[in-house]
Every structure is written in C-alpha cells, then in structure tokens.
Design a protein around this ligand. Structure first.
Ligand code: PEP
Ligand code: MN
Length: 264
C-alpha cells in the first residue's frame, strides 16, 4: 500500500462517473434508514446540496441491543430505490458475511466496514473473496493503530484493490465529545500510502456544531472527501440525531470544495 511501490493515487470509479481519489467525494445521508419518507427527503436534501454519494445504514451496530437496529433488507431495498430517484451511487455498512448475497442483490456501490469490524479478520477475508467485488470503505476502529488499519486494508486489497480508508476518531477521556478525529492519521496516510482517505466528522465528534469545522480540518489535512450524517428532521432521528446536520450541510459542501481545489 506504500507509495514507495505505487506512487500514484488509487482511483476508484463509481456508477455515474464519480472518481473517488480524484474528485472531491461528499458522502452524506442518514445514519440509519428509517422509512421511505425519511430516506427520500434526506436524499433529496443532500443531492441538492452537492453530495455525490448517498449513505444510509440498514444494519446498525448499536451499543444498546434494544435500540433501533436498522431495517435490514428493507433498508437496502429503499436505498437502491433512492439511488434511482436522486441519481447518486450508494454506500451502506455490511456487518456480517451472511449478508453478502443481499449486498450483491441490491448492487450496493460501496460496502462499508464499520469501526467495530475493522479487525474482524475472518469477516475481512470473506469480503476479500467476493467475486466481482465493489469498493470497500474501511473505517479505523477507535484505538486501532495505523499498522493494524493498514494490515486490515491489505487483507482486503489482495482480493480487491478498491479499498478506501476512513478516519472516524478515537474515544478519549473527554466525555464532552463522543470521539476525537485523528487528523494526524489523515495526513500520514495521504503522504505515505496510495489509498483514498475519507474523514467522518460526524462519528469523529458526535457533536453537531463541530461536524463542519472538523470536516474542513480533515480536508485541510489532505482527505479526499467527507462522510457526513444528515437527517431531514435530526430531532426525530432514531440514531445519531445529535450529530446529524440539516440545512447546515449545504453551507459545508462549497467550503470543502474550495479546500479540495486549493490542495489538488
Ligand atoms: C456508521 O457510519 O454508520 C457507523 C456506525 O460508524 P462507525 O462504524 O464509525 O461507528
Ligand atoms: Mn451514525
């Protein structure tokens, strides 16, 4: 994965022609897909604001098992419909190798490996063996070192070179913020490795008013794009409403584009 052997950036072409690693990638949408109405209204909001990839969780790794766990297959089906409605490729988290056939069936454009599965080696090996694989976005688990992240990325890469890294923060002693985005990692990865890097300031802070600032800081550190949670009614969200943006999202996109233009 080192630039020593592969100096050029890895570029990942998506449905519709978006090139991750070359074009600014703005991934946005709800934490969890809750209903058709919620997904479509949020998808229209983010598409109008300039997002180029739609996110939506169908399988949610919730801390408390009684909280909303996502709609499962129904969520993937709605996401595939929203893709047609707004014309954006989609990303969703796969939590279990048993769901691979569903991700194939709904033709999910980017398969997300969440922070909790970052070092789940049997799962990563199963993903790396999928025939005709889609790009995989690998989130760094909190307290996962760069060596561990790169080891996990290499497992995927050997079966499927379309790997995207995502920085989403560490837990710290500070209980005000859910997590602290590690911007050193973003800069280091971009200098020394050739895979695209996305920052997730939503999970990386857990605090709505910090999301824009830290997203832009991630862009300044060299990220290829952002992943941001947006909800058409954040106060009613079933998951991560406190870090979800609404109208604020529209102001963030042109600022991210300015930084991307200045750096590239
Ligand atoms: C998510 O992006 O939906 C998510 C659950 O994030 P993480 O794996 O970073 O906690
Ligand atoms: Mn979330």
């Amino acid at each position: 994965l080192s630039r020593q052997f592969h100096p050029d950036d890895t570029l990942i072409e998506l449905r519709g022609g978006h090139c991750l690693g070359r074009d600014l990638s703005v991934i946005a949408g709800p934490c969890a897909i809750e209903s058709r109405e919620q997904l479509f209204r949020t998808a229209e909001l983010v598409a109008r604001a300039g997002a180029n990839i739609l996110r939506g969780g169908a399988f949610k790794p919730r801390t408390i098992h009684r909280s909303f766990q996502g709609l499962g297959e129904e969520g993937l089906k709605l996401l595939a419909e929203a893709r047609e409605a707004v014309g954006l490729p989609v990303i969703s988290e796969i939590m279990d190798a048993r769901d691979i056939p569903l991700f194939v069936e709904y033709d999910i454009d980017i398969w997300q490996v969440g922070a909790r599965n970052c070092l789940n080696y049997t799962f990563l090996d199963a993903l790396s063996q999928v025939p005709n694989p889609k790009p995989v976005l690998l989130k760094r688990g909190d307290h996962v070192s760069l060596n561990e992240l790169l080891g996990a990325a290499l497992r995927l890469y050997e079966g499927n070179p379309q790997v995207i890294l995502c920085e989403r923060g560490d837990k710290t002693a500070d209980r005000v913020h859910r997590n602290v985005l590690n911007l050193n990692n973003v800069s280091y990865l971009k200098h020394h490795y050739h895979l695209p890097v996305i920052v997730d300031p939503s999970h990386g802070t857990g605090v709505r008013e910090l999301v824009g600032d830290l997203g832009l800081a991630g862009m300044a550190a060299g990220a290829d794009g952002l992943m941001v949670e947006v909800h058409h009614q954040p106060e009613k969200a079933l998951c991560d409403g406190a870090q979800s943006l609404n109208q604020e999202f529209a102001a963030l996109v042109p600022l991210a584009a300015d930084i991307h233009r200045m750096r590239n």
